[in-house]
Design a protein around this ligand. Structure first.
Ligand SMILES: *Cc1c(COP(=O)(O)O)cnc(C)c1O
Length: 227
């Protein structure tokens, strides 16, 4: 029987080589792409295994899970779930990066909750769905929120985050995202990051300029309870 560590190690090797291959195919330097392991629903012991394999970045969708695992496993911890006002203070403490900012009120609360001496990195989530609902703001509303983020000394604006809509092929969603990202970068050159790409579509996201990939099941296996 192969151990959990062997299983994770072999999955991680395969994801890493797919990233290198996709980056080279897109004439990009693989070193400019950060792989984030999405550990939601998996035990902290899996994050520990990943950390021993050299992974530095981990993401969670829920405040409680993130707070628990980040206390055990050293690394850069990312929050990428829906933001609830009553969880903001906790998130501001354990998270190093927040990917799912899409509301000026949340942004102000988050900025105020960051502990003294810390600077929290944030991505603004843009909605690619013609029928919004899975989070994110419409592309036309990005600029004011980005300006607001840039005005907060406790935040560092990293760039944009997006999730490809269900029912649309990733190629079409991510080429739309690439155009939005090019405009955004022209306006906000210090915020050039693009958090996009999950297990099913990260190669396509790389072709379209993703700098941060959020990958769960390709590394850790399929989740029994889907979120
Ligand atoms: C769960 C999740 C991921 C990872 O999904 P996989 O298909 O397991 O790679 C990435 N981003 C967000 C926002 C998620 O909720």
């Amino acid at each position: 029987m192969i151990s959990r560590a062997d299983e994770i190690s072999s999955n991680l090797d395969s994801v890493r080589s797919r990233i290198v291959h996709a980056a080279e195919g897109a004439w990009r330097d693989p070193a400019e792409i950060t792989l984030i392991a999405v550990t939601k629903t998996y035990p902290a012991s899996d994050a520990q295994i990943l950390q021993k394999l050299g992974m530095t970045d981990f993401a969670e969708n829920r405040d409680r899970e993130g707070a628990e695992k980040s206390a055990i496993v050293p690394g850069r911890w990312h929050f990428q779930g829906q933001i609830q006002s009553n969880k903001i203070s906790s998130i501001a403490h354990w998270a190093d990066v927040v990917h799912s900012l899409d509301d000026p009120r949340h942004l102000r609360l988050l900025a105020a909750a960051v502990p003294e001496g810390k600077r929290l990195s944030v991505f603004i989530q843009v909605c690619l769905d013609p029928q919004p609902g899975r989070g994110g703001i419409l592309p036309e509303n990005l600029s004011p929120l980005a300006e607001l983020a840039l005005g907060q000394s406790s935040l560092r604006l990293e760039g944009l985050m997006a999730v490809a809509p269900l029912g649309e092929i990733p190629e079409s969603a991510y080429s739309r995202l690439a155009r939005i990202h090019i405009d955004f970068r022209q306006q906000f050159p210090s915020a050039a990051g693009l958090s996009a790409g999950m297990s099913g579509d990260f190669e396509t996201a790389i072709e379209h300029g993703a700098t941060h990939l959020r990958v769960g099941s390709s590394i850790l296996g399929s989740r029994s309870d889907l979120r």
